[in-house]
Design a binder for this molecule. Structure first.
Ligand code: IPM
Ligand code: MN
Length: 355
């Protein structure tokens, strides 16, 4: 038996537990096949616990999560809890407290998956977004003045530090080099309007670029980035951007890669504990119906294994998912897969063991 990895599991809300169960099934199959161990500790964070106890992500749980090698997350968001409480109290708190300063989101169209883009296929849709994950407008800086009156003022400030931009940009250059595909990194910003924040980002980008003479640099405003992602997605290799722009363009990315059923990402602290998740939400209306697509969670599991150093196992899961898509799944949308959530998990497990 090889290494045993301790993984914290947060199934979360809605369909989160269903897709996490399939993800774990597949992770276990890969562990058997490749001779390493996985030990899980499950945390019942989410809307139900909040309704019962008022707790979101207690500091004691943060301390425990820090003891794990990685975290596997389902989804956060509950229809009976006001928007923002769970998102800020659990998801963002985990990202911030564990200093997961990168949100890595591959936009890859698998063979046999439908994209809404005409005349574009897997050769054209294959890039990676590196989203800054701890600063910007997400930092929570700001406040109200004279709240509830006619003179009310609401301020929401974007926090951009040299250190935060630089470590994110450097990580993105490293990803571009390691990926070794287009060898091009595009900074996505808004230098024509956000003349403080993106001035810092742009200066940092071109300074760090000097350390990477083998990587071509490019710049696109965020609105133009949206346009090119639809019109010429093949222009992109790796995109680096701030927290909010990264949030927005990766939902667009998810749609061109075949939808939320397949899009996954990693909240990465290269020096600490990283957290892997399907990027779609908790999809409460599908809860408990065995119809949600578990592939995004399964691919998040593969990303986690890659980060743990089990690259072969990760590649095997990806190949197994591709096989299930090609052979068995007419669509990746919830309720249209021609199979249930559990059956898709079983298929991928079977292909992991057969590869
Ligand atoms: C995401 C989500 C979160 C974000 C929400 C749930 C706070 O949309 O992971 O992209 O905005 O980062
Ligand atoms: Mn989002």
């Amino acid at each position: 038996m090889g290494t045993e990895y301790h993984v914290g599991v947060i199934p979360g809300d809605g369909t989160g537990p269903e897709v996490v169960a399939e993800g774990i099934k597949v992770l276990n199959a890969a562990a058997d096949r490749f001779g390493f161990g996985l030990k899980y500790t499950t945390y019942d964070l989410g809307g139900e616990r909040y309704k019962r106890t008022g707790e979101t992500l207690p500091d004691s749980v943060i301390r425990e999560l820090k003891q794990h090698r990685a975290i596997f997350l389902g989804a956060i968001g509950h229809p009976e809890v006001a928007p923002g409480i769970l998102e800020k109290g659990i998801l963002l708190k985990a990202r911030f407290e564990l200093d997961q300063y990168i949100n890595l989101r591959p936009v890859k169209l698998y063979e046999g998956v439908d994209t809404p883009l005409k005349n574009k296929g897997p050769a054209e849709i294959d890039f990676v977004v590196v989203r800054e994950n701890t600063e910007g407008l997400y930092a929570g800086a700001g406040g109200f003045l004279k709240k509830g009156t006619a003179d009310e003022i609401a301020i929401q400030e974007s926090i951009n530090t040299r250190k935060g931009a630089e470590r994110c940009i450097r990580y993105a250059f490293d990803v571009t080099r390691k990926r070794n595909k287009g060898k091009k990194l595009t900074l996505c910003g808004k230098t024509n309007v956000l003349t403080f924040a993106f001035d810092l980002w742009e200066r940092t980008f071109y300074e760090v670029a000097k350390e990477y003479p083998d990587i071509a640099t490019d710049y696109a405003h965020v609105d133009a980035t949206c346009m090119w992602m639809i019109k010429n997605p093949e222009w992109f290799d790796v995109i680096v951007t701030d927290n909010l722009f990264g949030d927005i363009i990766t939902d667009l990315g998810a749609m061109i890669q075949g939808g939320m059923g397949i899009a996954s990402g990693g909240n990465i602290n290269p020096e600490g504990v990283s957290m892997f998740e399907p990027i779609g939400g908790s999809a409460p209306k599908y809860t408990g119906q065995n119809v949600i697509n578990p592939l995004a969670a399964i691919m998040a599991g593969a990303m986690m294994l890659d980060f743990l150093g089990e690259a072969q196992a990760a590649a095997c899961i990806e190949a197994a998912a591709q096989k299930a898509i090609t052979k068995d799944l007419p669509s990746l949308d919830a309720g249209k897969m021609g199979r249930g959530t559990r059956e898709v998990g079983d298929l991928v497990c079977r292909y992991v063991l057969e590869q």
